[in-house]
Design a protein around this ligand. Sequence first.
Ligand code: PEP
Ligand code: MG
Length: 784
Amino acid sequence: MNQDHGKDKDKNIIYPRLAALAATPISLYTLDSLSRIVQKVSLAANLEEALQVIVVQTCKIMAVDVCSVYLTESDGSHVLMATQGLHLDSVGQVRLAQGEGLVGLVAERVEPINLENASAHRCFKFIPRSGEESFRAFLGVPVLHQRKLLGVLVIQHSAERQFNENDVSFLFTLAAQLAGVIAHARVSGALQRPKNNLSTRSVSQSIIGIAGAPGVALGKGVVIYSAADLDTVPERQSSDPDEEERVFRSAVEHISQEMQSLANHLERPLADEYQALLKAYAMLAESQSLVEATVERIQAGEWAPSAFRAVIKEQAKRFEAIEDPYLRERANDLQEIGRHILSYLQNTAAVNVEYPENTILIGENLSAMDLAEVPAGRLVGVISAHGSGFSHAAILARAMGIPAVMGINKGSIGQLDQRKLILDGYQGRVHLEPSAPMRREFARLAREERQLTEELRCLRDLPANTLDGFQVNLYTNVGLLADIEPSLAVGAEGVGLYRTELPFMVRDRFPTEEEQYSMYRKLLQSFAPCPVVLRMLDVGGDKPLPYFSIQEANPFLGWRGIRVILDHPEIFLTQVKAALRAAEGLNNLNLLLPMISRVSEIEEAACLVQQAYHELKIEGIQVAWPRMGAMIEVPAAVYQIDSLARRVDFFSVGTNDLTQYLLAVDRNNERVVRLYNSLHPAVLAAIQSVIKIGYQYHKPVSICGEMASEPTAVVLLLGMGVNSLSVSIGALPRVKWVIRNFSQQQAKELLTRSLQEEKPEPIYELLCQALDNSGLGGLIRTGK
Ligand code: PEP
Ligand code: MG
């Protein structure tokens, strides 16, 4: 495993060996000691402190003389960042070039190196004045996060000794567990380099997330936080410390009394333990140290919620560091009582959110409502801890033409409030308090973007024709009535996807038939005689209704889309009736059924539409029979496209879900979202087959997923012969620009070449190159 000092090997061979090693039991060191190190590390205030905890604890638990952490720089060199056992003044000074020394070897081979006598190895490099000469045994393991090498963790011992399997396995597991914490600390602004660091390069504070919506924004962070969540309370200043203190003290008193009276009213004997716990909570709430430390911070100018959060975290950290498991558990009690007091504080204090010009809205899980609350013209960017570029907050941001970063670490949210930020929606990064040169650079980018948008606006009234005359109908994806004006302004030829669940989501109950009627009427009238595709309620999955709870272990494979509305015909019938009535005299209504996976769903839905139609006719309303279509977003529908074609009037391919289900990648899961790629050859083959068979049956096929808004993918869709695309409003001008700058012949050739590839990456490269050659490189700044 680790005695091989031979030539470097193919990394594909090495990785499985790492995996096998991870499976080795770590019996000699308990899981408890492992998890306690990880826990202590995660409580560290910054990277420097975290690394120090790692080296000290590892020496202690593994009974070795030395533990050191080297972090890998962008140039491939490795810098000693923390050590227990080597001379402390080497920290920040010792730097090994790429491939240099045993550390370089571990990094290069990304596998553990275990040596009885390190100095006898050909790669050993003596580092003067580090104190290393006294140590013979050496074990180094790589620290890898999401396939990227972050550094090397090393233990050394004075006696000549071969570390055993358990040692290797423990250190290896520790490195794997710590990689995420280190990766986050390195980029979250918590990074602090050792003071005697040689490097003079300033480290910009940035937080890495996932590209959500393209574009860059410069603005001020405004955190929307959920009640009683200690992690997301923003750090703010108060203008009236005395008032803050009064509110805080009364919150403490209230919660303490509440706990006491709850404890006193409990029935014995069942409640004995619970009673004791409540009394302990009451005492904790009023404890001098908690209250006084908080008041001290408040009087220094901090607002009560974040002052209190800081004190709770500090004290919980002390409890957590205690060896005794009983006392350690008190950290949880403290956090619990903290949440109660915080919740009370938030409910009593009128939280008046102010939205400055250039607001960058931040939250754990932002909703459409949160976005809508920002006064018009002030929202310039969106940051969400949850979700990916394919979740609805990101889709909404894209539709509004606002950049977004998703999937940032929840713990980073608090520090973004009221801070100057740069949001890079291409790279999925947020820069905190950026330097002046950085601000200048991003301001330039933002200016260029506005210029491009301006240029694209001139395309409004021009047709979406390719250079060789192939005509494409360009529609928009909309969700709220506020989208009508912008859709018309960019020259949409109709609505290709009206996500009707959005108006359901922004209410606190199901909208009535009348409410739905007036919304649909307005939409249909605004676009008549152009078509409007009204997608029937598509809830479940990542689209919950606040008043219609669906709790499932696996919501994307559960009760969503057509499954919900067929099980609730009353919801479906109300919606259909509202839509049919709204289309009276306009004849531009198309009904689209979401999440179709079996033909019987179309048949059952058609029966309900029949029922609604006849009931309205009986009432004397002159409704017309609507065109009905199926969304193709589940693999089963791709394979049954013939059968579906015999039952519907048109198809709309939902590439967001189709990609997710074909590749088995949750589009909201930040861990796997990098595997989500609509240019995957399997996805392209599925879309092509739907288009081909759909057209054989003379059924129009439109593409309405986000893929249709991606300039690169549009070229392939043109090659497949798609003549109808439904895109986000912000993307429509760019998509039109692509169509007008390519011939369909060229697109077909690119499609043929793409389909010969086996991986998505070369396809993306090929398409970027083609766009660049056509002078459209400005459209592909995305950091895919
Ligand atoms: C899709 O899945 O591509 C789609 C357009 O539907 P959703 O609203 O689920 O993104
Ligand atoms: Mg979908």
